[in-house]
Design a protein around this ligand. Structure first.
Ligand code: FAD
Ligand code: NAP
Ligand code: SF4
Length: 703
């Protein structure tokens, strides 16, 4: 629920004429060019789909043109994991009606994604064209017989029929990301010699048959989206000619819309992480659009990946890259994205920062999806921001609340509470809001944190929070409030290394906040999230490839798929020399960065390796002196080694800043105020912005 309702749709139409234009599919019309891309949320698994219905209803109310569900398997073999959501019976179709009815009641349209995972399946019943284990599942699939292939096709068709029975407006046939259909297309995973393998006309037979037979079964007035892998980003990926041949065949064979898939899941090129430039792959869809135009195919094309603001989407459409834009995570972050764009209120959009921390990383840990910047995502029925009742003595009456600390925890608590109707005063000792986010935003590849700050700043204005910057709060300043929320954050941990008073020692705050000069050879102590970020900051020397698409493509070895199959440059990633020589250290044995996000840790490690950062684990910090940092190894403190360096940066973790909270605990009782402590001030161990925001939102929802 968003508490400020956009006033008029007119301003947005002038700003985003292409994005907000309807799309006519002949038998049906979409109200605009926004397709909410498929995302598995965890709400699909199980029999009760009411929470999934609430999630989609909010997005339909937010005016999304067409939504696609997370993947549902057409049969057991196609499950992503045991007991994954499946649609194959009329009973299941009836259970889905709660979703389709909720969406239609809100004026929306929704398609069900049919996902067969093939050799990516995380269960022992997996099937594939060839019995080849994938690098992302421990289960080796069974090779399908010809009859087995026929059974899978029938399962796809049956799933589409059941989707229609359930009231869906269409289906998306998942043909990309390295799943089952993709596995037939590539000679790399298809070694068959029957009519489903061998030359490309045989390998592409599977999707063509699936689309044609689905169209025949569901009739003409039902949307069929085909998700086409336009650039595989794997060695042995499809050639551009093959991709084009397939795209034309499925368009002419019954697909209503062709959506773009980028990269197989096993690809070693980041495709959606925050360090990927915005709209980094729209040019691939544009190439396909030219191929279609050349032969008069008018099937609408959807482009995808790292499109997270209306102006980016509009530009992509204005540049002729596609007819529609797929946004998935941005609609987790803000259900009212389209409505706000239409009202000319893009500055109020809660922007997806592409961190993956609460969405994809949760799914990989078998946890329900949410969103770092919007903890209500997928929790719509349970986390509700109810307006408070004014002039009432009830528990939810208007209160006077002080929030100390304007980091993500304090900002969220303040804006949610004020948005509900409380009188809120927000204090920060600093002269700007954001707390540690102001350090995150200067790290190359983390530019999206600027958007988070813009959104929060705007929420402060819109919700009428009384903001007091440059104000260090003490206990005596907090009289007359009903509630005090302490969100004072953290202080860096002192690692107490002998010699750390040497002039060459800096903290991460000195480097990222105060921009103190750093030498050429640097030792970074501590390899948590901040140690990695500091290392990336130091080697980049002020240049971020996230805002430089050609440089980013060169860095990751991405090229035109017409030049090299799969779009991987034969020369590989282009290594540019680092700005500094950096050694990143930790005391734990083993791989550095183990605690980083499941879906992004490998990117940080790969990026630092490309910049020749030395990553050293299992050290003891013996002493810092003019010659550098002396370390030994292991419990026996063996092999003393000087790491020659000009600067040592301390990134040794954080501790809660609890001075105010502790003092209030004692004195607050006398003042009859209710004390709440959140974010880093409560617990610094494993704290991140996700936890800080979630905790703050949940507290503010209850006041
Ligand atoms: P803080 O952000 O620390 O804010 C506390 C605020 O309280 C400060 O502004 C301070 O000035 C103010 N304050 C303190 N005492 C007083 C007082 N007495 N009176 C008034 N004001 C006071 N997290 C992620 O989830 N993802 C990331 O990618 C990520 N990247 C990061 C990168 C870097 C370089 C850093 C440093 C952190 C990163 N984090 C990331 C961590 C995240 O920023 C923190 O977990 C989060 O900011 C903690 O929020 P908080 O509101 O509890 O505290
Ligand atoms: P952290 O992830 O806990 O890492 C602290 C590092 O310091 C560890 O490498 C630890 O490794 C080392 N350390 C701990 N005690 C030490 C001591 N006494 N002496 C020397 N080294 C010590 O914390 P952080 O890097 O400060 O980050 C703070 C929080 O922000 C984290 O919770 C993190 O999740 C979050 N953050 C997230 C991201 C992100 O991209 N998601 C980015 C930045 C920050 P050893 O003990 O092995 O030496
Ligand atoms: Fe976007 Fe991060 Fe939210 Fe996922 S958790 S939707 S990546 S902001």
């Amino acid at each position: 629920m968003t508490l400020s309702t956009p006033r008029s749709p007119q301003p947005g139409l002038a700003l985003y004429p292409q994005l907000l234009a309807p799309l006519d599919l002949g038998f049906t019309q979409l109200k605009n060019r926004v397709l909410m891309g498929s995302m598995h949320t965890g709400l699909e698994d199980g029999r009760d789909l009411t929470k999934l219905a609430a999630y989609f209803r909010e997005r339909a109310e937010g005016e999304v043109g067409l939504m696609v569900t997370g993947g549902f398997a057409p049969n057991i073999a196609g499950w992503a994991k045991p007991f994954a959501g499946t649609l194959s019976t009329s009973g299941a179709a009836r259970r889905h009606q709660v979703v389709t009815q909720a969406v239609h009641a809100a004026g929306g349209k929704i398609a069900l994604q049919i996902l067969h995972t093939g050799r990516y399946a995380y269960h022992p019943l997996a099937v594939a064209p060839t019995a080849l284990k994938s690098p992302i599942s421990p289960f080796k699939p069974f090779e399908l017989s010809s009859r087995g292939v026929e059974r899978q096709i029938r399962a796809f068709v049956n799933c589409a029929v059941k989707a229609r029975e359930a009231g869906y407006d269409g289906v998306e046939i998942m043909g990309s990301e390295g799943y089952f259909i993709n596995q037939f297309l590539s000679a790399f995973t298809n070694h068959r010699t029957d009519e489903w393998g061998g030359d490309y006309s045989n390998r592409m037979r599977l999707p063509v048959e699936i689309v044609a037979r689905t169209r025949e079964a569901v009739g003409r007035d039902f949307i069929i989206i085909y998700r086409l892998s336009m650039i595989d980003l794997i060695p042995g990926g499809s050639s551009w000619d093959e991709v084009v041949t397939l795209g034309k065949a499925v368009a002419q064979g019954g697909a209503s819309i062709i959506n773009t898939g980028i990269g197989w899941h096993e690809a070693r090129v980041p495709t959606i992480a925050t360090s990927v430039p915005r709209a980094a792959f729209a040019w691939v869809t544009k190439k396909m659009k030219a191929e279609f135009a050349a032969v008069g195919i008018t099937t609408p094309l959807v482009t995808s990946n790292r499109i997270n603001m209306p102006e980016v989407a509009e530009q992509v459409l204005a540049d002729g890259c596609a007819d529609m834009v797929s946004m998935a995570r941005p609609l987790l972050a803000d259900a009212d994205f389209v409505k706000k764009a239409a009202a000319g209120q893009a500055d109020q959009i809660n922007t997806c920062i592409a961190c993956n921390q609460a969405c994809l990383d949760h799914i990989f840990k078998n946890k329900l999806t949410s969103c770092l910047v919007n903890p209500r995502a997928c929790h719509e029925t349970e986390l509700v921001y109810r307006p408070v009742i004014s002039d009432s003595a009830s528990a939810s009456a208007r209160r006077r609340i002080a929030v100390v600390g304007a980091g993500p925890a304090g900002l969220t608590a303040a804006t949610v509470a004020a948005g509900r109707g409380h009188e809120v005063h927000l204090f920060d000792a600093a002269t700007e809001i954001g707390g540690q986010l102001n350090m995150a935003k200067v790290v190359p590849g983390k530019e999206e944190f600027h958007e988070m700050l813009r959104y929060l700043r705007r929420r402060v204005e819109v919700t009428g929070v009384h903001l007091h910057l440059g104000t260090r709060v003490q206990v005596q300043d907090l009289q007359g409030y009903d509630d005090v929320i302490v969100a004072t954050g953290v202080v860096p941990r002192d690692p107490k290394i002998p010699g750390q008073d040497n002039a060459k020692v800096l903290s991460y705050i000195d480097v990222l906040r105060h921009h103190k000069p750093v030498g050429q050879r640097v030792a970074v102590i501590g390899a948590g999230g901040i140690g990695f970020d500091v290392a990336e900051f130091l080697v980049a020397g002020g240049h971020s490839t996230t805002t430089d698409l050609p440089a980013w493509q060169a860095e990751w070895g991405v090229t035109d798929p017409a030049q090299a199959p799969g779009g991987l440059s034969p020369a590989g990633p282009m290594v540019t020399p680092p700005e500094r020589e950096v050694t990143l250290l930790q005391r734990k044995e083993g791989k550095l960065g183990e605690g980083l996000g499941k879906t992004t840790g490998w990117i940080h490690r790969a990026a630092l390796k490309m910049k020749r950062v030395k990553m050293v684990g299992g050290v003891n910090y013996e002493r810092i002196a003019d010659e550098g940092l002396l370390v030994t190894y292991g419990e026996k403190r063996e092999n003393p080694t000087w790491i020659a360096c000009d600067t040592v940066v301390l990134c040794a973790g954080q501790l809660p800043l609890r001075e105010l909270a502790d003092a209030l605990q004692v004195q607050g009782k006398k003042a009859h105020l209710t004390l709440h402590v959140i974010g880093g001030a409560l617990e610094a161990g494993e704290l991140d912005a996700k936890r800080a925001i979630d905790q703050a939102a949940r507290l503010a929802a209850t006041l």
